[in-house]
Design a protein around this ligand. Structure first.
Ligand SMILES: *[C@@H]1O[C@H](CO)[C@@H](O)[C@H](O)[C@H]1NC(C)=O
Ligand SMILES: *[C@@H]1O[C@H](CO)[C@@H](O)[C@H](O)[C@H]1NC(C)=O
Ligand SMILES: *[C@@H]1O[C@H](CO)[C@@H](O)[C@H](O)[C@H]1NC(C)=O
Length: 385
């Protein structure tokens, strides 16, 4: 068995590496005339601060509490930690699983995340001070302002269990919680297989804390990821990762209950957040190179990758840790690109999961990095038209 598996695995690994190496042949993205694009070669990164995280990696999403303190972020061992700027250190704030055995310490959290939890989307209810959590494995949870063990409030909708909860936002005016389940089949640790499979079992949902009820707003989505409520609460934007686009779901107006394409992006979007200066920041996990397009448009090739006898997401993670750039974008309320900021070296940010702008800083998250990135904006390091 092993002797048969070995050559297949080797050939598969070689193929995967060559496919990813082919990323060198990049298609450049035609920026729209009204957008500004900045490339950083490293010199500009003087104001980029690396804030290390002890014992875990992957600050995926950030949230600030009702007092503006934080940020809080969920990391690979299942903890939600809080940054204290004065003391310059992280404090443990909450966990999503009661079973913490084998969660902490230096080991591959990949293997334990289904029992330790993997908190992704985070947002505080401004009135109650409660933190709502979309945990990839534990479902939708809430924890009070003092933290501790979070309480599960939903694990399924319409009798279909959540398999991969991901993005979350709260409408500050109504307290309604909007969140996404990226797939009904694939789990977070197999996200690359979810993309390659092209499957569409993702859902957008609403949780009403008053009546404790979950409603499905949209289904058959291809890896719905981040979600954000618009400034006036008229619509939601959802990052649809596999299709590299942002979808607008109408909550109000005559179009309520329908959705449409809001923006097409040059890469795979992760979370989407409001910028206090207007518009929305989108973290791009990776650019969509021609090779990805080619694989996705050839189901047999995609199937071949899906059937390789090793964990393709893990293999991809190892390769992408060595190479690749980091890209973040800001879109206007009309879906026009306002800013595109690329870290060509990938040293500062890469595999970006989220950009949270607060008090002139961008907090940049990544599922691969062992630190939170804090990038100080000033008048000269970005251009907004
Ligand atoms: C903004 O950043 C640039 C590039 O690092 C630096 O030269 C400049 O002094 C900064 N400006 C302010 C106002 O901090
Ligand atoms: C806690 O997690 C460990 C390791 O994942 C597992 O072996 C154990 O059965 C779990 N205990 C309970 C009570 O779920
Ligand atoms: C979603 O897909 C399923 C299966 O293909 C189909 O039965 C259902 O009608 C679809 N739902 C919507 C809202 O399009």
């Amino acid at each position: 068995m092993a002797s048969k598996l070995f050559p297949t695995a080797t050939i598969g690994a070689l193929l995967l590496s060559s496919v990813l190496a082919a990323n060198l042949f990049q298609f450049s993205y035609p920026s729209s005339s009204s957008s500004s694009s900045r490339d950083f070669d490293g010199a500009d990164f003087g104001r980029f601060e690396f804030i290390p995280i002890d014992g875990a990696i992957g600050p995926e999403s950030y949230a600030f509490d009702s007092f503006g303190e934080g940020p809080y972020t969920g990391v690979s061992d299942g903890r939600i930690i809080k940054w204290h700027e004065n003391q310059r250190r992280w404090f443990d704030f909450a966990v999503t699983s009661p079973n913490r055995s084998r969660c902490e310490g230096p080991h591959d959290h990949h293997q334990t995340e289904h029992s330790c939890g993997r908190p992704l989307g985070l947002k505080f209810n401004r009135m109650s001070g409660d933190l709502y959590i979309a945990d990839a494995y534990m479902g939708l949870l809430v924890v009070g302002p003092q933290g501790g063990l979070a309480t599960r409030v939903a694990t399924q909708a319409q009798e279909i269990p959540f398999a991969f909860l991901n993005g979350l936002d709260i409408d500050d005016h109504t307290g309604l919680v909007y969140f996404t389940d990226s797939s009904s089949h694939y789990q977070r640790r197999n996200y690359l297989s979810l993309i390659l499979s092209g499957e569409k079992t993702g859902r957008l949902m609403k949780y009403d804390p008053q009546i404790k009820e979950v409603n499905v707003l949209a289904e058959n989505l291809s890896f719905p990821n981040g979600v954000v409520v618009s400034e006036n609460g008229d619509f939601l934007l959802i990052a649809e990762t596999t299709t590299c686009r942002i979808i607008r779901y109408w909550l109000q107006t005559s179009k309520a209950g329908t959705y449409e394409v809001f923006a097409e992006l040059p890469g795979f979007p992760d979370n989407i957040k409001k910028s206090p200066r207007g518009g929305f920041w989108v973290g791009i996990h990776a650019k969509r190179k021609w090779i990805f397009k080619w694989i996705l448009s050839h189901p047999l090739v995609a199937k071949f990758f899906l059937e390789l006898p090793f964990d393709i997401t893990e293999a991809y993670t190892h390769v992408s840790n060595w190479r690749g750039r980091g890209l973040i974008m800001r879109l206007s309320e009309e879906g026009v690109v306002l800013d595109m900021v690329e870290d060509e070296s990938g040293v500062n940010w890469k595999a970006v999961s989220e950009v949270e702008e607060k008090d002139g800083n961008l907090w940049i998250g990544s599922i691969h990095k062992a630190y939170a990135g804090k990038f100080k904006l000033n008048d000269t390091n970005y251009v907004t038209l």
